[in-house]
Design a protein around this ligand. Structure first.
Ligand code: MLT
Length: 413
């Protein structure tokens, strides 16, 4: 007699995800258009993917490291899961520029901000209430869905998430949540809106988090694009943030490491949650990384150390300047054409308000069909992004200028 048959079951939370992940969906639509229009000369201002080559210091740093790997005496295998001491020290030193004291043991090197921003949810209780900006970088939401923290998708939103609207009225920075939440994702400079939070705005959230023993997950992946000295580059510039915030950052956009893969997360020892002791969250993240991650590529880390050298930083600044010049071309061009635009002054994204109540995907198709330009529909970042469109400044300068010319010539506001 067969009693009961135990079978493997999939994680049905995956069924709760809405459509495909945004960027593969854009790539799919673009590929379809290209195959139907083989002569179309498509300009890609969609995904924020870097296009300039690695800088000289980075190339030398990586090549030298590969030379060491190619000799028996200097070959190294596994490194420490938390990252090389050289890189952690160099990063700790980097924060001193902003008056922020971080100990190297609080920095965890990784393969990028995207993975860390989702994996970090695993250190919190499964019934945590997560709050996100709307529009939002979709990774925070989708990873909450997969982990079962987002609840059910009802009436265009997940019922366990607390959405914080970001719109023209509030300058694309949210009000504090009305109820008590446990985890608050903030991204500044913001992806997708390209706006940057001020000290005062972040202070309000730090005060809220300290009061409610909530934890802020601060995604600062675009901090290197802040030109205005008055704006904070790290949440730890705000008093008290070390007790309530985790910061995530990346070499991707700063130094062209989107393919190389290197990032870092800071979990301060002072960070506490409702039921954790001093230092416990730092230890738990350490435990998680030691168990599930074997450390970032040592070649990538050698490149990261090179980025942080004096020469490396100067070279990376030139990459940033190049992309920020593209941002200016996009911003000025669109303003000149009569569009309403936001962001793009201290960030590599321009957030365009669509005319005539057009939907984001309608504009995506129109832009692709009439001007052969790929951008990112705002609604792909959530309901709050509907009626908006994101253009990325990471393209080639000449093509960016050409794209704006095409928009002016072929589309009407
Ligand atoms: C974006 O375009 O939003 C980013 O490139 C996506 C990412 O960094 O994962």
């Amino acid at each position: 007699m067969i009693k009961s048959v135990s079978m493997a079951k999939i994680n049905t939370n995956y069924r709760k995800l809405q459509a495909g992940y945004l960027f593969p969906e854009i790539a799919r639509r673009t590929a379809k258009f290209q195959s139907e229009n083989p002569n179309a000369d498509i300009i890609r201002l969609g995904i924020g993917d870097t296009t300039l080559p690695l800088t000289e210091s980075v190339v030398i740093g990586m090549k030298n490291f590969i030379d060491e790997l190619s000799v028996k005496n200097t070959y190294r295998g596994y490194g420490s899961e938390q990252g090389s001491q050289d890189l952690r020290d160099a990063l700790a030193n980097h924060y001193k520029k902003y008056g922020v004291e971080i100990d190297a043991s609080e920095i965890f090197v990784s393969d990028g901000a995207k993975t860390d921003s989702s994996n970090i949810q695993s250190v919190f209780a499964p019934d945590s209430v997560i709050s996100v900006q709307d529009p939002v970088y979709p990774v925070y939401v989708d990873s909450a869905v997969i982990g079962g923290l987002a609840g059910e998708y009802i009436d265009d939103s997940y019922d366990k998430l607390v959405y914080m609207p970001c719109n023209e009225e509030n300058g694309f920075f949210p009000e504090l949540p009305k109820q008590k939440v446990d985890i608050i994702y903030l991204c500044s400079p913001n992806n997708p809106t390209g706006t940057v939070a001020t000290h005062e705005q972040l202070k309000r959230f730090v005060d809220y988090a300290m009061k409610h023993k909530a934890v802020i997950i601060f995604d600062a992946a675009y901090s290197a694009f802040i030109k205005d000295e008055a704006l904070p580059r790290s949440i730890y510039e705000i008093e008290g943030a070390k007790t309530c915030a985790i910061e995530i950052n990346s070499f991707s956009k700063w130094a062209g490491f989107t393919g190389v893969r290197l990032g870092w997360t800071i979990v301060p020892k002072d960070l506490v949650s409702e039921n954790s002791e001093h230092g416990e969250l730092n230890q738990v993240w350490n435990r998680r990384q030691s168990t599930m991650f074997n450390g970032a590529s040592n070649i990538a880390q050698a490149g990261g150390v090179a980025v942080l050298s004096g020469q490396g930083q100067a070279e990376s600044q030139k990459l940033i300047d190049y992309y920020m010049n593209n941002t200016k071309v996009i911003r000025d061009g669109l303003l000149d054409a009569g569009y309403e635009v936001y962001g793009g002054e201290n960030a590599p994204y321009v957030w365009l308000k669509l005319p005539d109540g057009k939907s984001s995907w309608e504009f995506f198709d129109e832009l692709l069909n009439k001007a052969n330009i790929v951008g990112t529909p705002g609604s792909g970042f959530g309901n709050g992004g509907e009626g908006f469109f994101r253009l990325s400044a990471f393209g080639d300068a000449n093509l960016t200028t050409e794209a704006i010319k095409r928009i002016k010539d072929k589309l009407s506001v």
